[in-house]
Design a protein around this ligand. Structure first.
Ligand SMILES: *Cc1c(COP(=O)(O)O)cnc(C)c1O
Length: 404
């Protein structure tokens, strides 16, 4: 019999682009996970805002198993029932008239940026190709999406990168006014920056972007890969702000852990992705779409969404109480169940040191950059798990402060 894989196998067999924790989780249920040794953890990381219904939610397991016995894959030569049902559901629940499916957030953004360029090319001419995005933004790891993203470390050394992309300052409308012109085809923005440090947009900023895009016939693209599917307490964060984009990308929580992404857009823009212009082998995969439909239907209910708001208050209360006792944070921020605690000046740049200590106490958390401790738990995490998880986090933070 072959032995179980070990963490050493990571260095032995895998490309070194990640540095995972030592622990290997093997099973999950709700907001609890167990590792190879049977140790139990509470999950405040949520697979980086993916496991929006926790682990092995019955509605998702049942959708996956039901579809597994029917049909797995067809290709784009045929359409399929789960893809059509998911497209209809997303269109009925949002501003969008049309959906395009793929398998990840990066791919959804790749489609969005290509569509923006192609639409501008078709309707205005080849000169209208400039994309404006924001410093610190994150849009994925393909060459186009790291180029639009505002973190140069992700595109360094991979050049030449796609051109005609400029970066403004997040939440600073004047910095956009300086860059935008009639050759701009799109402004791309996360309504809440996730990887960039859990920074929600100001409402005036998003309303201002909408007006600037209209003035210059540019498309407004919202990357809701991290903020979408209930995370903000609304199905999509644009609903919280009351600002409607022309294109919206969604992934992460959309499949609740099954890989799926989507780009949503309007009837005005969609025709530029005419037959043959774009595609993806797995886009609209029946397994992925069946699970995503179950996730969207389960999450987009008044009970789950109002539950997100209630849990937001509970998380904030706990984090602020921990901070009163240990003074580690400068600020606790975020919308719904995407929360960021920025480190106090005395602990500048050291958020990451808390993660292994938290693991030792039985808690999984995240960082967003060097200075922000991030949490993206299940939208339906129980109060018991929140309270116990916070007790574990406080023990880890107590040790962090003592060792400091
Ligand atoms: C995670 C993320 C992406 C990339 O999604 P992948 O599925 O990793 O390709 C894009 N945009 C935002 C805002 C994200 O948080």
């Amino acid at each position: 019999m072959s032995q179980s894989p070990t963490r050493d196998d990571f260095e032995r067999y895998m490309v070194p682009n990640y540095a995972p924790q030592r622990t290997i989780p093997v099973r999950g249920e709700g907001s609890r996970l167990w590792d190879q040794d049977g140790r139990e953890y509470i999950d405040f990381a949520g697979g980086i805002a993916v496991n929006a219904l926790g682990h092995c939610h019955p509605a998702l397991v049942s959708a996956l198993k039901g579809q597994a016995d029917k049909l797995w894959h067809l290709s784009n030569v045929y359409t399929n029932e789960p893809a059509l049902a998911l497209a209809k559901s997303l269109v009925e629940r949002t501003f969008a008239d049309k959906a395009y499916f793929c398998s990840s957030g990066g791919e959804a953004n790749e489609a969005a940026f290509k569509l923006a360029r192609r639409w501008a090319h078709d309707t205005h001419g080849a000169h209208k190709d400039k994309i404006i995005s924001f410093r610190q933004s994150f849009h994925g790891r393909t060459l186009f999406t790291v180029s639009v993203g505002g973190q140069p470390k992700y595109s360094e050394g991979f050049g030449p990168i796609p051109g005609r992309i400029e970066h403004a300052v997040y939440n600073d409308l004047d910095s956009v006014r300086e860059l935008i012109d009639d050759a701009t085809c799109a402004v791309v923005v996360e309504p809440m920056q996730g990887e960039g440090g859990v920074v929600p947009a100001e409402a005036d900023f998003l309303h201002g972007l909408r007006a600037l895009c209209d003035e210059h016939q540019a498309l407004l693209v919202f990357d809701e890969v991290q903020s979408g599917v209930g995370r903000s307490g609304y199905l999509y964060a644009y609903m919280h702000y009351g600002v409607t984009p022309d294109i919206l990308t969604t992934a992460k929580a959309l499949g609740g852990g099954f890989p799926v992404g989507a780009m949503l857009t309007t009837d005005r823009v969609a025709p530029s992705l005419a037959v043959g212009t774009h595609g993806s082998t797995y886009g609209g995969n029946p397994l992925a779409c069946a699970v995503a439909l179950a996730a969207v239907e389960t999450i987009d209910t008044p009970e789950v969404l109002s539950g997100v708001m209630r849990r937001h208050a509970l998380f904030k209360e706990h984090l602020e109480a921990i901070n009163r006792r240990h003074g580690v944070f400068k600020e606790v921020r975020g919308l719904g169940l995407l929360l960021g605690a920025e480190m106090a000046p005395a602990y500048e740049g050291r958020a990451k040191e808390i993660l292994p200590l938290a693991m030792e106490e039985g808690l999984m958390a995240l960082v967003a950059g060097p200075n922000v401790l991030r949490m993206a738990p299940s939208l339906v995490i129980s109060d018991t798990d929140v309270n116990e998880g916070m007790a574990r986090l406080e023990r880890a933070i107590g040790r962090f402060v003592q060792g400091a």
